[in-house]
Design a protein around this ligand. Structure first.
Ligand SMILES: CCCCCCCCCCCC(=O)SCCNC(=O)CCNC(=O)[C@H](O)C(C)(C)COP(=O)(O)OP(=O)(O)OC[C@H]1O[C@@H](n2cnc3c(N)ncnc32)[C@H](O)[C@@H]1OP(=O)(O)O
Length: 160
């Protein structure tokens, strides 16, 4: 069945050459394949960690949580970059963002087994840089807060 455009997540628009990321690449069969969308002025994604994403028994591994902040942040940055240019994510030329900086604060243990809600808000769009704050909610409580600085790849590093 053909999907409506509004069903597509930010990551579904990534060109193939940036769709192998472990966290968000739709072409990485071993990865998380995170899907982020706008929810008003915020962005949102959902993911339920697997039983093997364990830190101490019953709680989610911090590296997994950092990956969620990272890839929801870069996805939100990409969407914000297109929005700042007044165009849709399927328009040309494609924008390619990478993580320049990632800060993660673990506020309380994140229970393993519940669906996690990952939310984001754009703090700044300036030139090639987008700063996104992101947080993870489990069981109605914010367990993790972070910030992502995403920067568009310099022209010289683009392969297409
Ligand atoms: C639809 C398709 C979507 C495609 C989206 C694809 C998503 C894939 C997501 C993958 C997520 C990853 O894991 S990516 C893999 C991990 N990341 C990487 O390997 C990146 C390695 N680093 C680099 O390649 C480089 O350092 C860059 C490209 C990030 C930046 O280098 P540059 O291009 O020379 O940057 P530069 O001109 O100096 O800086 C530009 C602006 O960014 C700021 N800036 C630069 N680095 C930092 C930093 N660490 N912390 C804070 N701010 C920084 C500068 O102050 C400046 O701000 P101002 O002065 O203008 O204010």
């Amino acid at each position: 069945m053909q999907r409506r455009m509004s069903d597509l997540a930010f990551q579904d628009y990534y060109p193939d050459d940036v769709s192998h990321c472990y966290g968000c690449g739709r072409l990485n069969e071993h990865g998380i394949q995170l899907k982020s969308r706008w929810d008003g002025e915020e962005s949102v994604a959902y993911y339920t960690p697997k039983p093997y994403h364990t830190a101490v028994p019953g709680y989610v591994y911090g590296g997994m949580l950092a990956s969620l902040i990272d890839c929801h942040g870069t996805g939100t940055a990409a969407a914000a970059g297109y929005r700042a240019e007044g165009r849709t994510m399927d328009s040309q030329p494609p924008l390619r963002y990478v993580t320049a900086a990632l800060n993660v604060n673990y506020l309380r243990p994140t229970p393993l087994g519940d669906p996690l809600e990952v939310r984001g808000r754009v703090k700044e769009v300036k030139g090639r840089k987008v700063v996104v704050e992101a947080w993870i909610i489990a069981g109605g409580e914010v367990c993790v807060r972070g910030e992502v600085v995403a920067v568009q790849l310099p022209e010289a590093m683009r392969q297409s």
